[in-house]
Design a binder for this molecule. Structure first.
Ligand code: ADP
Length: 584
């Protein structure tokens, strides 16, 4: 248990230092308000004692206008307590929400800056779940911890003080029962952490599966996988249900335990009190005051009873958030990195090897692209073509060998300046759910309208864009779904043209286009290539023919190099591909 307490404390400390500290002003205000709430609460039992002593004709603090003063007092105190409570709830929630928002921002920033290896190896749902569900749990725990540790603890201390003030022996009796009964409650709290962790992991799987099913809607229909997917969803919702129920069964045990405890305490108090009143050692008012204080203890004690459970849930979530934030990107600019500034570039890959995991993907690869040249990479699917493209902007770093631009190792260049020199057109021509204009603009933020239009014209996209309902202001839908494949590709090309970078990397789309779109995309590409150093993963004969050189890749190794004509004459692997018309 002490190990758990230690880690809990460490994680809370980390959260405080990394996220909560900037909002400590709010926390301080909340504490002040809580002190007011606890102090004003303490006056009630004292008033009850006085009222009942007055009614029983016994001793009271004062006699003049007793009832009027006491009744007015009760109302005024209730109002003070209510106002302080209202402000305190708002302040605590603002404090917790500020922490949550700051966490969400930091997590998003971190994910955007993460290595591609991290974001591509996990489903997006996993990250969605961490940013939404885990942060929510942490927020709840922060609210509870702030409220309970300060307000409820203070209330408990004040009320215990009142109990002792009313009667020493009765108080000792109550205090003897509570700690014994609290043991099982603390144990339940620690168990909750395991259940909470299980729930969060299940939640991550479910979010990731939901997004996969929705993203794959087209394939599901095409392959009539509806029933299979529904069944898969149903099983995972069942798992989620049982994870929830396990967590709740722990929580549900706490309140009844406290109920029994409260019952025993009250019964004991009433028994002992009536005996002490009978023997003249206590006044009726003292008994009523004592029971009032005891009843006022129930709520904060209950809250403390479930506090450990909620804290453990929050701690398990915080642990995962911290783990995510602490995975440092391995790909970073060197401290003394050179800032690349070149209009003309040549690229050289020398003895490059690379692997995503234990099996090598690229082996001892040599490739040269001279200034203004276009090189086409061809080969079977899985040969490693896209991987070569990924290595140039340093999405991944080479394992062995080196890649240089104008004879400088790209690891010595600042990543920002390296990527500024590259325009990438990827196979999936990713578009964001924004206007056509904004999607082209990603090539150069703040580009003038005129430049956007010019880029679109060169990419043979201006015509179809002008025919869209809102022209350049038409929203393209999630992933650009409202446009055809050919249109999406031309927008991606326009984006690259607008960026006007000296290097063009292109992973040509494998999806088939109709003849007209194919020609338009090809012409757009020819425009883009002019004056740039280009590396193209080519799937179309027309693209390959217009390249200065072709590299044929097989299982991560270059097996043939030459122009289209010279390779045809070799009658090797390339000639076979042309014969079969298979370039992927
Ligand atoms: P190509 O573009 O020629 O089809 P790729 O470069 O995409 O080939 O893939 C080469 C190999 O690397 C394949 O076996 C593929 O499964 C593997 N691979 C590609 N991307 C990743 C990745 N992010 N993580 C692990 N393996 C990958």
């Amino acid at each position: 248990m002490s190990q758990s307490t230690n880690t809990t404390f460490l994680i809370i400390k980390k959260i405080w230092l990394r996220f909560a500290k900037p909002f400590r002003g709010l926390f301080l205000i909340a504490i002040l308000l809580m002190i007011i709430v606890a102090a004003s609460g303490a006056i009630y039992p004292a008033m009850m004692q006085q009222v009942f002593n007055y009614l029983a004709g016994e001793e009271t603090l004062f006699k003049q206008n007793f009832l009027t003063v006491v009744l007015m007092g009760i109302i005024i105190i209730a109002m003070i307590k209510a106002s302080a409570m209202y402000l305190q709830i708002i302040t605590v929630n603002r404090f917790a929400q500020s922490i949550a928002t700051s966490m969400q921002r930091k997590m998003m920033d971190h994910l955007v800056d993460s290595d591609l290896g991290v974001t591509t190896q996990n489903s997006s749902g996993t990250f969605v779940s961490r940013i939404m569900n885990d942060v929510n749990l942490i927020k709840e725990a922060v609210v509870r911890l702030s409220n309970n540790l300060v307000r409820d603890m203070l209330t408990i201390l004040v009320m215990i003080g009142m109990l002792f003030w009313f009667d020493l022996w009765l108080s000792l009796l109550v205090l003897a029962i509570y700690p014994i009964a609290f043991q099982p409650i603390v144990r339940i709290g620690y168990k909750q952490r395991k259940y909470a962790e299980n729930l969060q992991i299940t939640m991550e799987h479910v979010t990731s599966d939901i997004s996969e099913i929705i993203d794959g809607a087209r394939m599901i229909k095409a392959f009539e996988l509806e029933d299979k997917q529904k069944a898969r969803a149903s099983v995972m919702f069942d798992k989620l249900k049982s994870a929830y129920l396990s967590l709740l069964s722990g929580r549900a045990r706490i309140d009844p335990l406290l109920e029994v405890l409260g019952g025993i305490a009250i019964a004991g108090v009433v028994g002992v009190a009536s005996w002490r009143v009978g023997s003249g050692e206590m006044f009726v008012g003292d008994v009523v005051g004592f029971i009032t204080a005891l009843l006022m203890l129930v709520q904060p004690v209950r809250a403390l009873g479930t506090l450990n459970a909620v804290t453990q849930e929050g701690v398990s979530a915080a642990n995962r958030v911290i783990k995510l934030l602490d995975t440092k990107p391995r790909l970073k600019s060197d401290k003394n990195a050179t800032h690349l500034k070149a209009e003309k570039v040549e690229i050289n890959l020398k003895n490059v090897s690379f692997s995503y995991n234990s099996t090598p993907t690229i082996e001892d690869l040599n490739l040269q692209i001279n200034e203004g040249e276009t090189v086409a990479l061809v080969g079977e699917s899985g040969a490693g073509k896209s991987t070569v493209i990924n290595l140039i902007p340093r999405f991944f770093d080479v394992g062995k060998g080196k890649i240089s631009i104008n004879n400088i190792d790209i690891r010595k260049l600042s990543i920002k300046s390296l990527r500024e020199h590259i325009a990438l057109i990827s196979q999936d021509s990713i578009l964001f759910n924004d206007t056509v204009s904004a999607n082209i603009c990603f090539g150069r933020i703040n580009a003038r309208e005129e430049d956007i239009k010019n880029a679109a014209k060169k990419a043979a996209a201006d015509e179809f864009i002008s025919e869209l309902p809102e022209g350049y202001n038409t929203i393209v839908g999630p992933h650009g779904n409202l446009l055809s494949g050919g249109q999406r590709q031309r927008i991606a090309i326009a984006r690259a043209i607008l960026k006007d970078a000296p290097i063009l990397l292109m992973d040509e789309a494998t999806s088939a286009l109709d003849a007209k779109s194919e020609k338009q995309v090809h012409n757009a590409l020819e425009q883009t290539k002019k004056g740039r150093t280009c590396l193209i993963v080519a799937h179309r004969l027309a693209t390959i023919k217009s390249a200065d050189r072709v590299y044929v890749l097989e299982s991560g190794k270059i097996i043939e190099t030459g122009t289209h004509e010279s390779l045809l004459k070799q009658k090797g692997a390339y000639a076979k591909m042309v014969l079969l018309q298979r370039f992927s």
